[in-house]
Design a protein around this ligand. Structure first.
Ligand code: CO
Length: 173
């Protein structure tokens, strides 16, 4: 397993939508293991493949990270959120926006269908932090980021704060 580097906003590769996963062979197993290693090292509660430059429909979440309880790693491949209801505001972070916390509105409860790392289909209906993490990570698979959910003012402030961290962007200005 390898800790991979995480792309940071405004890296354009974060805007590339993930391709459907069709091969559930050893390469995929290695990618999932690398993603878990990378997420736990960060540490974070979720990581999508496009965040490490792998444009696939794949994300992982573990909302038990940091708890005393055993961890709860979940793998979502080719996911589709088929139902959502209610509304909840939560202060989210993202490994591609280091240090940022922003309040984002999400569905309170979602139903998702996906495949696991062996290609087996499953369906999950959930709420709470897991539902929020699923929606956040699923956005990454479509090139959509936390910043896209903010008001124009908050978006500008966050963009400026992130651009300041990135020497490449500074040089381009
Ligand atoms: Co994120």
């Amino acid at each position: 397993m390898t800790v991979r580097s995480i792309l940071q906003y405004p890296d354009k590769r974060l805007r590339i939508a993930g391709k459907k996963v069709t091969n559930f062979g050893p390469e995929l197993q290695k990618l999932v293991a690398d993603m878990a290693e990378t997420m736990y090292a960060a540490p974070g509660v979720g990581l999508a493949a496009p965040q490490i430059g792998e444009s696939y429909q794949l994300f992982i979440v573990d909302v038990a990270v940091g708890d005393e309880e055993p961890s709860d790693l979940r793998v979502f491949i080719n996911p589709k959120i088929v139902h959502g209801e209610g509304e909840v505001a939560f202060e989210e972070g993202c490994l591609s926006f280091p240090g940022a916390r922003e309040e984002v509105l999400r569905k309170e409860r979602v139903k998702v269908v996906a495949q696991n790392e062996y290609g087996e289909s499953f369906e999950l209906e959930t709420d709470g932090l897991l539902a929020i993490a699923i929606q956040h990570e699923n956005d990454h698979l479509n090139g959509r980021l936390m910043i896209d959910h903010l008001s124009p003012l908050r978006r500008r402030l966050l963009h400026r704060a992130m651009a300041k961290r990135s020497p490449a962007i500074q040089a381009a200005q």
